[in-house]
Design a protein around this ligand. Structure first.
Ligand SMILES: [Zn+2]
Length: 93
């Protein structure tokens, strides 16, 4: 695929938000502050690599391909769709 992007993983983000919520009142204040800082960095980390491609080929096939994979957890998602977009009279030629 041609394009690449890095963004936040929805699975990791949800996990770390839950972890952050559980910190309050569970550890001494100095540890709490450093742990919140660590978890905040984890929440904002861009661990999800996205590869995608969109276009139309010479046969008239329009396509959208997407693949997302997290470098930290096992989250992986792929999506692909498309179809021939040529007018019927052009397909017969
Ligand atoms: Zn993840």
């Amino acid at each position: 695929m041609s394009a690449e992007n890095w963004t936040q993983c929805p699975v990791c983000t949800k996990k770390f938000i839950k972890e952050r919520a559980g910190l309050y009142g569970s550890v001494p204040e100095d540890i709490y502050l450093s742990e919140v800082d660590r978890v905040e960095r984890a929440i904002n980390a861009q661990n999800l690599r996205e590869d995608y491609q969109i276009g139309i080929d010479l046969e008239g096939n329009f396509y959208v391909k997407y693949c997302g994979h997290c470098a930290i957890c096992s989250f992986h998602y792929e999506f692909q769709t498309g179809g021939n977009v040529l007018p019927n009279e052009e397909r017969a030629k």
